[in-house]
Write a protein of this length. Structure first.
Length: 162
């Protein structure tokens, strides 16, 4: 009896196509992690709205509460949009959809650039910004690997055509 773990789940039929490569698993995990982080940030921001707005207004000398509310709304919208995009990309990439690979790459690149611009404009690097940047780079790197690209090209559509 062989005690090795199979890369396929027991419910997968043997002829269902190639198993998910490690690079694709990493991409799915990082995209899902980013989705959770961003959506959790959105929930916390919405739940503690007044405290977030007050902190923003206090942190920016000379800015009004309405400016702080606008900044909080923009941050909330950014977290929701990118969080949902990452969640959709992770879910469908796990199913081998090639469009999900491109969606994840576009979302992680855009989020990385937005975060980088925010760091430059703020004049400092927060721990959360650093975490988001590292996760965006990890997602993009794993989505751009040859093994992930080859695996998504042999996804459900091309398997069904055989």
């Amino acid at each position: 009896m062989n005690a090795r773990l199979s890369p396929r789940s027991p419910s997968d039929p043997a002829g269902a196509g190639p198993a998910m490569p490690v690079s694709a698993r990493v991409a799915v995990g990082v995209l899902a992690g980013l989705a959770v982080l961003l959506l959790l940030s959105a929930v916390v921001t919405a739940a503690a709205w007044d405290a977030v707005v007050d902190a923003l207004a206090d942190g920016r000398s000379g800015s009004s509460r309405s400016d702080a509310e606008q900044a909080a709304r923009a941050n909330l919208a950014q977290s929701v949009v990118f969080g949902l995009a990452m969640a959709v990309a992770a879910g469908f990439l796990a199913r081998g959809r090639s469009w999900a690979r491109w969606t994840g790459l576009a979302a992680s690149t855009a989020l990385g650039l937005v975060t980088l611009v925010g760091i430059v404009l703020a004049g400092g690097l927060a721990v959360t910004s650093q975490l988001v940047l590292v996760l965006c780079v990890a997602a993009a790197a794993s989505l751009l690997t040859r093994t992930t690209a080859a695996w998504t090209r042999s996804g459900p559509r091309s398997r069904a055509a055989r």
